[in-house]
Design a protein around this ligand. Structure first.
Ligand code: MIG
Length: 710
């Protein structure tokens, strides 16, 4: 520490202070600050923003946050002083505490196994973004609008120290952090609504092969009645690790494998990496060569680096023609009835080069509105541009379905193209615990659809650890168990009868809340407010909640408290615990406590084994009246896939409940959409300080109910 201070002291002699060259309003309480020497050619177009912002005026006099630009030892620095007692969040996928004050991180997408390198301070994704929440709950957001390698240090001031050219900074001011998230989504875009099946539980490992093993895993889920929607197919399905091929030995008939999975109510997600084996006669290599799509070296040769297939070339996704070529590769691939695609290794990870990636002076040719640039410029967006191309291809192959793409590497704004998992964690308690602030901060950085490898990727989970992880994992936005090759089996039934049962209950809980969860995803896709939310979102003025990173919220109405939480700080008010699948079964050592916000109504569906069985014919409403004896809740429903909803084929329903003496009146209002709620039977769970009153089997016309006081 001391050494760093001395260094800073010495360095401070080399600081060249520069005034802001220009500042302007680009939206309601959104400002942009340009440094001196800003050269749009060198740094724009922005890859985070959906469009170049138009200036609408000058900054009001009382504007609070100003940006100081400087150049320190050749690096361009933007510094934003913040008032004391400001809590800082965001900064993307990072290891560590939810509150980011006092930390620094490097934005340089890195394949970081078990988060072991660089003290875990640089991981697979980059989000040059900080969310600040002041003592009074007002909030701000800051985008350092550049893609270069940079460091974010968070102290009394927020610093972005970039190794690229001078960059602009965007500052958003809002009354609450939730409103900041909405403004961020206005600027960087919204998550497209994912298919319903991708909200189900997903089972993966590196790798399930041959195809008979895939079937066996699927069969076992059904046999054991553990709800599950997706089986993941990792790299061993490929022929020699060549992307877009199938091993003739292990997966001779991928179409049949998928067909089998579909017949049993499963979907499949198959991996595609960016590295293309350098092998004449391999159609991907040959066709890419013909179109000249590869990343180049300084000498203008095709860059060659080693990944799983051995020597590989790498598509240059900055080129429209390369993205187009890549997109078209998905046509034949998806024709095997592949449901989703997993883009891995796209930092890009390169085994035989320093830093585990390609040299910074490699050349990306660009095209369209993207200028030619070095890998240093485009490294952090390599993964994002890859999944952008993947998404286009998958969409083109299946125009009537919603694409599902999972990516390891990404950048601020990349939620527009795919979901994310948090890379190679480890099967340790520490990584279980850190998964919560990590997922929360990803959500607070604009990526609502994320989650870690349940059970931990590296190493072997003990039964106890796996039990706790899957019990919690039921409540991650993206819920997938995955593990590394060479580790012990990590399916829910691999740890003995007790943990198998814990897993079943956990997933039953997830599937019961699907109507609520899907509604949260819909909201996220419309507004940018995260699905998984920090507890302080329940009460942004309550200082006690600001650091809470064991308990968290799912949407605004459910609070999830892990069994192992030591001292969770909970929002004030009577948040009551609710039971999702039957109190007796949930009351084990593992299942998190689920509490409901007073004043809310949470819709649950029946217990199902996968989303092909999803139905709202019978709906349970969990009703938690507030102190005025009133509650409201929302439900979004549509086909679960496809784009009918864009033409109004959905329903968005508001439930309201009023309790008067021993009577409860429930109103259902179709607020939006051409569909009507199809529910035939309502079951009610009325939550109060006295406990739960269950009322079953009511028809839509019978929702004025007399409660027989027990
Ligand atoms: O170098 O495809 O993070 O989830 O199982 C390892 C094999 C490559 C890294 C991913 C992991 C995946 C593994 N991949």
């Amino acid at each position: 520490m001391k050494i760093i201070f001395c260094l800073l002291f010495i360095l401070s002699f080399h600081i060249e202070m520069q005034a802001t060259e220009r500042q302007a309003l680009i939206g309601d309480s959104i400002a942009v600050f340009y440094p001196p020497g800003f050269n749009a050619q060198e740094i724009l177009p922005s890859l985070a923003l959906v469009r170049e912002p138009g200036e609408i005026g000058s900054l009001p006099e009382q504007w609070k946050l100003h940006v100081e630009f400087s150049n320190v030892c050749g690096k361009n620095v933007a510094c934003i002083p913040v008032s004391p007692h400001t809590d800082l969040y965001g900064t993307g996928e990072v290891k560590g505490n939810l509150v980011r004050n006092g930390t620094n991180i490097t934005l340089w997408n890195t394949d970081n196994v078990c988060y072991g390198k660089y003290h875990g301070r640089r991981l697979y994704q980059s989000h040059p973004w900080v969310l600040g929440v002041r003592k009074d709950g007002t909030a701000f957001g800051i985008i350092a609008d550049n893609t270069y390698e940079q460091e974010i240090t968070l102290g009394d001031e927020i610093r972005f120290i970039s190794s690229g050219p001078p960059f602009r900074v965007i500052v958003i001011e809002r009354q609450t952090p939730q409103l900041i998230m909405q403004a961020l989504a206005e600027l960087t875009g919204k998550m497209p609504l994912p298919p319903l099946w991708s909200l189900g539980f997903q089972q993966s490992r590196w790798s399930y092969y041959p195809d008979t093993r895939v079937k066996e895993i699927a069969d076992t889920f059904r046999l054991k009645n553990i709800p599950c929607d997706v089986i993941w197919i990792d790299i061993h399905y490929m022929n020699d690790y060549k992307v877009f091929t199938f091993s003739p030995k292990h997966f001779p008939n991928p179409g049949h494998t998928n067909d089998y999975l579909h017949k049993h109510g499963f979907k499949s997600v198959w991996m595609i990496d960016p590295g293309v084996k350098k092998e004449n006669g391999y159609f991907v290599y040959d066709s890419g060569n013909k179109k000249d799509v590869w990343v180049k070296t300084q000498q203008n040769d095709d860059f060659v680096g080693e990944v799983w297939p051995g020597e590989c070339v790498f598509p240059d996704f900055t080129q429209p023609k390369a993205r187009n070529w890549w997109a078209n590769l998905y046509k034949d691939f998806m024709a095997y009835e592949v449901d989703g695609v997993w883009n891995d290794m796209n930092e890009p990870s390169v085994f035989n080069f320093p830093g585990g990636t390609m040299p910074e002076d490699n050349i990306h040719t660009g095209g369209g509105n993207l200028p030619q640039g070095t890998h240093g410029r485009y490294h952090n967006v390599y993964g994002m541009l890859m999944i952008k191309a993947s998404r286009e291809g998958i969409k083109k192959a299946n125009p009537d379905k919603r694409p599902f793409i999972l990516t390891r590497s990404n950048f601020l704004g990349g939620h527009r193209y795919g979901a994310t998992w948090t890379g190679d964690n480890a099967a340790t308690w520490k990584h279980l615990k850190v998964s919560i602030p990590m997922s929360l901060n990803l959500g607070l950085s604009g990526q609502p659809f994320n989650g870690p490898d349940i059970g931990g990727f590296g190493g072997n989970a003990t039964p106890e650890l796996f039990g706790h992880w899957i019990a919690l994992g039921a409540f991650y936005p993206f819920s997938r168990a995955h593990s590394m090759r060479g580790t012990d089996n990590q399916e829910p039934w691999s740890f003995g009868a007790e943990i198998e049962n814990v897993s079943r209950i956990a997933m039953q809980r997830r599937y019961r809340i699907l109507p609520y969860l899907y509604t949260c995803f819909r909201k996220a896709s419309l507004t940018g407010v995260p699905v998984m939310q920090p507890t302080f979102f329940a009460d942004v003025r309550d200082q006690q909640l600001r650091e809470e990173q064991e308990a968290f919220m799912l949407g605004s109405d459910l609070l999830i408290i892990p069994k192992w939480a030591e001292q969770p700080r909970l929002p004030k008010g009577s948040w009551h615990s609710i039971s999702l699948v039957g109190e007796d079964s949930e009351n084990d050592e593992y299942q998190p406590d689920v509490k409901i916000r007073p004043g809310s109504i949470v819709p649950l569906c029946e217990m199902i084994q996968n989303t092909t069985e999803y139905s709202l014919d019978t709906l349970t409403l969990v009703i938690a009246p507030d102190e005025n004896n009133e509650a409201t809740g929302w439900l979004y429903h549509d086909d679960g896939d496809g784009y009918g909803f864009r033409k109004g084929d959905y329903c968005y329903v508001m439930f309201s409940a009023k309790k008067r003496n021993n009577e409860i009146i429930i109103d259902i209002l179709n607020k939006e959409g051409k569909r009507n709620l199809s529910t035939k039977i309502f079951n009610l769970q009325l939550i109060s300080d006295e406990g739960v009153t269950e009322i079953k089997g009511k028809k839509p016309g019978e929702l004025k109910i007399t409660i027989n006081n027990q």
